[in-house]
Design a protein around this ligand. Structure first.
Ligand code: HEC
Length: 477
């Protein structure tokens, strides 16, 4: 087997350019990558071509068929270099200019045009409060201990397609599903596409994850170092608050990178921790406006917002205030260069040169962006098209580590599988829609963590409409 054990281990906003320059920061400047193309007057910037991004379906399929991890990982890094390129608006990376889930799913009125609200719409990862997103079938419940906050972003290509075809409206999805029922459409064809063709290299969706820290004093920030009793106090659900190693970030600049300082964190005894630079993280100093928008959203939506190493809403609210800092800890990224989408995920690393997940990062990734390691899932199993193939595991330590015993199936049982055995493509293949009369969210197929999913499987998809791998479409109202 070609895999490393770890890979298969069981498995706003900125009201001016000037503000942008001051508030958003990423360490050393990049000079090289092309500035992407502004797609329209909204200021949304398309991801520029970098290396192998974009690639044709045929090229990527060739890598998948050969399980060419070198080429696949190389492509994941090129996607990262592309979306983190400067947008031409100060230091703002291209991805920050994209539409948000708020724009697509919340800011919706009949006759309204798709607009881009220019602030960071911080919301909790809905993946963790499935109860509020997908009440009808259960799945992933709200997890108040989640510490980090995230929101989704969409390139103009995918956002406009969803908007123009009403795929962000429950009534439209309901009528599509009913039409499939009436016509007796074969299960394989019970789907919507979020692009005109089966692929669209300009369609990219991502989910960033932030952690809030004080803007005025040093904070111990725990980091992922794999799953063992030495690195986490919870082997099944190794969420950030269970991590046993940390670095210290001091926004005041008194402690210098390379220093050590004695601090306690996550219930671990006081210990000497290495100080790292704030510029090793993509970070946002919260403006008064962002803090206000954030609490308005929290009040009206009842969403939980995570923070630091404690996740109760009160401490979150206390942290989301002007002058505090949102550190980018992780990001899920998917591109529709292939019909099943390409899946890559990034997470902040104390050792960005991890031999499996960081060492192959090309020099085109610079500044703070070079402090994130990457995992990819371009197939569900190996061999890639073999329903009996071995599950291929790829998860993000910030986003999939809290699932065991917290996810409920449609029959009400708590799942025993863990997110550390999951595969992005497997779970996203199951993104589905079916009316759920009297409920505020649709019925969906149950999650499966890993293994092969056949889109023609009538036991999984009978009666449902497949949502082109985008779970966020279940937010449609
Ligand atoms: C067990 C199921 C599951 C797994 C595994 C999973 N996700 Fe998700 N993901 C979800 C759900 C549910 C959402 C919807 C949350 C929301 O609305 O933001 C989501 C949201 C997303 C989004 C936002 C866009 C959208 O519509 O879905 C991206 C991008 C994403 N995930 C990428 C990934 C990547 C990359 C991986 C693998 C490293 C991954 N996911 C693993 C369930 C999963």
């Amino acid at each position: 087997m070609v895999f490393h054990a770890g890979l298969r281990s069981h498995h706003f906003l900125l009201f001016s350019v000037i503000l942008t320059l001051f508030l958003i920061s990423c360490g050393d400047e990049k000079s090289e990558p092309d500035v992407g193309e502004v797609s329209d007057s909204t200021g949304v910037v398309d991801p520029p071509a970098v290396g192998t991004y974009p690639s044709t379906q045929q090229t990527i399929q060739g890598w998948i068929d050969k399980v060419d991890m070198k080429a696949i990982r190389g492509h994941g890094w090129d996607v990262w270099a592309s979306i983190t390129s400067p947008s031409g608006e100060g230091d703002l990376p291209v991805w920050e200019t994209w539409y948000s889930g708020y724009d697509l799913f919340d800011d919706v009125k009949p006759g309204k045009k798709l607009t881009r609200k220019r602030f960071h719409p911080f919301t909790n990862p809905a993946q963790f409060h499935h109860q509020s997103v997908i009440k009808r079938s259960g799945s992933i419940p709200q997890n108040p201990s989640e510490q980090v906050t995230s929101f989704n972003r969409y390139t103009s290509s995918v956002a406009e397609f969803i908007w123009d075809h009403g795929l962000n409206r429950a009534s439209v999805l309901d009528s599509i599903n009913e039409a499939f029922d009436k016509a007796g459409t074969p299960v394989i064809d019970r789907q919507v596409l979020t692009s005109a063709d089966s692929t669209d290299s300009k369609s990219i969706v991502l989910k960033p994850v932030f952690q809030f820290i004080s803007g005025t004093e040093p904070t111990a920030v725990p980091y992922w170092d794999g799953i063992s009793p030495e690195t986490t106090t919870n082997l099944a659900n190794p969420e950030p608050y269970t991590w046993r190693q940390a670095v210290v970030v001091d926004p005041t600049g008194k402690l210098k990178p390379g220093d050590s300082v004695e601090m306690a964190f996550n219930g671990e005894p006081k210990q000497m921790l290495p100080v790292v630079s704030l510029d090793d993280f993509y970070h946002i100093v919260l403006t008064a406006e962002e803090a206000k928008e954030f609490s308005n959203f929290a009040e009206t939506s009842g969403d939980d917002i995570g923070l630091g190493n404690k996740g109760d809403s009160a401490s979150v609210a206390a942290m989301v205030k002007e002058g505090n800092i949102a550190l980018l800890m992780a990001m899920h990224v998917t591109t529709k260069e292939i019909p099943n989408w390409t899946w890559q995920t990034f997470y902040w690393a104390a050792d960005p040169n991890d031999p499996q997940f960081g060492n192959d990062r090309p020099a085109s990734v610079t500044g703070c962006w070079a402090h994130y390691n990457m995992k990819t899932a371009y197939f569900m199993v190996t061999p890639a098209n073999d329903p009996k193939g071995d599950p291929f595991v790829a998860f993000n330590p910030y986003l999939e580590t809290n699932l065991s015993g917290t996810v409920t199936t449609s029959s009400g049982e708590k799942v025993k599988w863990t997110g550390v055995n999951s595969n992005c493509m497997t779970c996203h293949r199951l993104a589905t829609w079916k009316q759920n009369p009297g409920q505020s969210s649709p019925k969906t197929a149950d999650y499966q963590p890993d293994g092969f999913i056949d889109p023609a499987d009538s036991t999984l998809f009978g009666g449902y409409t497949k949502l082109d791998f985008l779970w966020s479409l279940t937010r449609s109202q």
